[in-house]
Design a protein around this ligand. Structure first.
Ligand SMILES: *[C@@H]1O[C@H](CO)[C@@H](O)[C@H](O)[C@H]1NC(C)=O
Ligand SMILES: *[C@@H]1O[C@H](CO)[C@@H](O)[C@H](O)[C@H]1NC(C)=O
Ligand SMILES: *[C@@H]1O[C@H](CO)[C@@H](O)[C@H](O)[C@H]1NC(C)=O
Ligand SMILES: *[C@@H]1O[C@H](CO)[C@@H](O)[C@H](O)[C@H]1NC(C)=O
Ligand SMILES: *[C@@H]1O[C@H](CO)[C@@H](O)[C@H](O)[C@H]1NC(C)=O
Ligand SMILES: *[C@@H]1O[C@H](CO)[C@@H](O)[C@H](O)[C@H]1NC(C)=O
Ligand SMILES: *[C@@H]1O[C@H](CO)[C@@H](O)[C@H](O)[C@H]1NC(C)=O
Length: 445
């Protein structure tokens, strides 16, 4: 093959890899990721059952943002919730003829209750351990402690099966787009921690597993990637209308000047509902842009600058994270101002990792603001090259949503591209191999 043809071949392969998205719940970046819900029954008293419900996010990089989880299920019989602490249902329902503790009106008599977390600062007597974060769950990598939410409820009128055991509710949902939940199953009951020092025995545990699928979520993109390099002055911007054109139904409101009224209208209301996004008008119309700049080349290393810009003037992204796939990340030597953890490490594959902010420094990406880092990567003689678009990321996710990349044929090229195509055989095999893998996944499902 002539060098130019080779370059086009590599670009074609990139394009093919980039366009294959995760097809079903299986996420190669986080194959075991799930949200596990446990219903622990610490005691089984006649007629009124205490249940401690915990929701743990075991996903490495996906987190649940505001407006948070909304857990719902369908009772098997005529159960009702007499009281709950650490959460509340959205509706009370028709409680005619039913009485809770001490004859007080029950908390909820709906056949399908929808339980939501309390907001921070809820009255002390309504709180329980690990409650009251507005339904937000961190990813387990960023903060294992706040990856858990808990509430306790007392259930009356439990429908019983032929053995006298409570019947499991059905149709569980966590109320966040993209997630589906299993039916409840009995798992071996364990001890449950009530405070720092004490564990209590649990008599019974029901477990529900919820998993995410980008296919079911199918959100319109919310971020895009732009590229620059030190060796070519071309600025490759985000593709036009990456996140929906001005006329598409999913388009965000956009702000062209200092229209304060739009900003004020979007600010969070007293109920703490999250603000409506108001983004600055740009060609790409995305709330988030990730800029990848190949900054410098040294003898054995190269330097990349990454900047994440928030074009939404009102929304802050608390605990944001960025997942990047690039073959050189296995040789990440130095990183400034972000945290990093590799996500995929199977044998020789170690090309995907997660970046997030440093606590009390840049963990919050402010409205109309940006966060940035520089990193130094060691050149691996077997595959390093600035040609063929190799220096650019293969995939980028912001807060778990895949970002739109520019088309590979627009990537900035080396000035003497025709002479400098040094695409090693190893690299071709790697790229072609991962493409075949993606394709086979596409056909298997
Ligand atoms: C859910 O996640 C936990 C923790 O990573 C893991 O041990 C468990 O096998 C997962 N369950 C399923 C059904 O994926
Ligand atoms: C509430 O339930 C009672 C008895 O189950 C029924 O008689 C009554 O009509 C219901 N009220 C409403 C508003 O649905
Ligand atoms: C994360 O928290 C869960 C539940 O609180 C606990 O079982 C687990 O050991 C913790 N994992 C790490 C890595 O700290
Ligand atoms: C859950 O249980 C219901 C009824 O018991 C059944 O119809 C349904 O197929 C089950 N769903 C799953 C995902 O197993
Ligand atoms: C975003 O953060 C800034 C600074 O902490 C704060 O003043 C502002 O109210 C926050 N905006 C929203 C919508 O929460
Ligand atoms: C993966 O890459 C990171 C640096 O990005 C490195 O610290 C880690 O040791 C690598 N893991 C393996 C198994 O090579
Ligand atoms: C920079 O890259 C662009 C896009 O690949 C290419 O068209 C242009 O010729 C390059 N500029 C130089 C000076 O090589």
């Amino acid at each position: 093959m002539r060098p130019m043809a080779m370059e086009q071949f590599v670009l074609f392969i990139f394009m093919c890899c980039l366009s294959s998205r995760f097809v079903d719940a299986y996420d190669p970046v986080d194959p075991n990721g799930n949200i596990t819900i446990n219903w622990d029954f610490p005691s089984i008293e006649p007629n009124v059952y205490a249940v401690k419900v915990s929701i743990h996010n075991y996903q490495l990089y996906r987190h649940i943002e505001r407006p948070g989880w909304r857990l719902s299920w369908v009772w098997a019989g005529h159960e009702f919730i007499s009281t709950v602490i650490g959460a509340e249902t959205t509706e009370q329902g028709n409680c005619t003829g039913r009485h809770g503790a001490n004859g007080a009106p029950p908390h909820c008599c709906e056949k399908q209750p929808v339980m939501m977390d309390l907001l921070p600062g809820a009255p002390y007597n309504r709180q329980s351990a690990n409650c009251c974060r507005g339904g937000v769950l961190s990813s387990v990598t960023q903060n294992n402690r706040t990856a858990t939410s808990q509430f306790e409820m007392y259930i009356a009128n439990f429908a019983l099966d032929e053995h006298g055991d409570p019947k499991m509710p059905t149709t569980f949902s966590i109320g966040v787009p993209g997630y589906t939940c299993s039916n409840a199953t009995n798992v071996p009951a364990t001890r449950s921690k009530v405070d720092e020092q004490r564990h209590v025995q649990v008599l019974r545990t029901w477990q529900i597993i919820c998993s995410y699928s980008q296919f079911r979520d199918a959100p319109s993109p919310s971020c895009c990637v732009s590229l620059t390099t030190f060796y070519n002055s071309t600025i490759v911007g985000c593709p036009r209308d990456s996140c929906g054109g001005a006329n598409s139904p999913s388009a965000h409101q956009c702000l062209s000047g200092g229209e304060q009224s739009k900003v004020l209208a979007a600010l969070p209301d007293a109920d703490g509902a999250p603000p409506v996004p108001v983004i600055r008008c740009t060609e790409h119309m995305c709330p988030i842009r990730v800029h990848w700049h190949v900054k410098q080349s040294y003898r054995g290393y190269w330097r990349v600058k990454v900047a994440v810009t928030n074009y939404d003037v009102v929304s802050n992204y608390t605990d944001w994270n960025l997942v990047v796939q690039h073959p050189n990340l296995r040789s990440l030597t130095q990183l400034f101002s972000f945290n990093y953890q590799p996500l995929i490490q199977y044998g020789t594959i170690n090309d995907t990792g997660m970046f997030w902010g440093i606590k009390n420094y840049n963990e919050m990406l402010l409205g109309d603001g940006n966060v940035q880092t520089e990193m130094i990567l060691e050149k691996d003689p077997s595959d390093f090259t600035f040609s063929g678009g190799w220096a650019f990321p293969r995939r980028v996710y912001f807060n778990g949503h895949e970002c739109v990349m520019p088309p590979p044929d627009q990537y900035p090229s080396l000035p003497n591209a025709a002479w400098d195509v040094r695409v090693s055989a190893v690299q071709r095999w790697l790229v072609a191999g991962s493409c075949l893998l993606s394709l086979s996944m596409l056909f298997l499902v």
